[in-house]
Design a protein around this ligand. Sequence first.
Ligand code: GLU
Length: 490
Amino acid sequence: MSSTSSGTASADPSADRSTRPLRLRFAPSPTGFFHVGGARTALYNWAIAQREGGTFVLRIEDTDEARNQPEWTQGIIDALAWIGIDADDPHFEGPYFQSTYADQHIAAANRLYEAGMAYYCDLTGEQIQERAKASGKQGYDNSSRDRGLEPGPGRVLRFRVPEGSTVVHDLVRGEVEFDNANIEDFVLLRGNGSPMFLLANVVDDVTMQISHVVRAEEHLPNTPKQQMLWEALGEVPPVWAHVPVLVNEQRKKLSKRRDKVAVEQYREEGILADAMVNYLMTLGWAPAGDTEIVPWSEIVEHFRLEDVKHSPAFFDLKKLSAFNKEYIKAMPLDDFVAACAPYLTSDDVPWPREQFNPVVFSEMAPLVQERVGTLAEVIGYVDFLFLADAPIDEAAFAKTMAAADAVAVLAETIDAYETAEWDAEALKETCFAIGEAHGVAKGKAQAPIRVAITGRTVGPPLFEPIVRLGREETLRRLRSALDRIGAPTA
Ligand code: GLU
């Protein structure tokens, strides 16, 4: 075994160096809501497994007892199913739970010890720091290497890092060379005998015969250590691929404290699963054609790790919403209406439940479907139909009514609507004609009417809902808007 051997195994960094059948894995730690970055990593693995007929292994890395919660595990499984990574699919295997394999992790560590590739160390953190201070170098100085310590309470087992360098062949990043001199003899077993993450992760990958490790870039610094462990255990390391970090608008790494990162939250807001999947796939990769909006079947056909960029990928909420808008628009109307139902009947609606009229909503649905970015936004597009009064946005109202001739257009429209034919086209033409007489463009002419009826400046096309509201209610709202301005009713 020599860690340098991996550097010369293949001249072509993109060549598949693993001879094992294609087995990928997704190995999340269940320590919180399911992160969009995790979802992207899972999808990259899934796309390859599906195209190549490989296996996607789900391994829950639940060894951090203090931070793991069973509900997070269920959350991961549910969120994966939502994005189409379905436990019933023939490519899916697992879930396996890392905590159940502790004996194997320890046994592997013992094998390394027996073979002289690992040794015990009794230095405390403080002692290590003191020594580092004295020598002016950072970290542990490998000084226990040749002390021949026996196993004992409080003694950690360290891996003896070989000399030379370790070359990691990464499908995304190319060849990355690490000088082993910069890698300290790292810990495999803690003083209490429990396995460290690096060891557990590798031993599980070995046991599960993983051929490709596709994971977040933050693990790249672990990779030379893990590659050495694979080799020390007498195994050919897997093919590595480290996918780019996700960043927010300020180009800072997405974090659960700063940013909205939970897949569950997007799902609740009414981002469609297909839109989420498509968008996540484009974070570091792009389909070849002139649109990034492509169905999963096409993604599976064309996605290649070799084409993944390694620069940080901006998780752009506006773009996600734009994707979602396209997916919502493309839904069959009945599916859209059905998908809206849970939002319209939830406890979050602003109207009294009994005021909701599904027939009215179905009529409005085609107009709303064209415009919303999420299903939750639907509420704000139809609330004025189910509330006794328009939910007035005061600032928008004031601004709209302050525009030149807005009040005059409103007052004259009221007059005209008292007798106008009650038909969307006729009502629209009437309003526009009044606007025109005042030198006010079409969009501007309907603005005071819209804000009086719906309380907002944006929403669905206006005149169909007005027909629905009826003459009496429409006139009542228009007059009430005029009263609100304090202008004399015409
Ligand atoms: N459990 C690790 C994490 O959630 C993943 C390690 C890996 O993919 O190798 O960050």
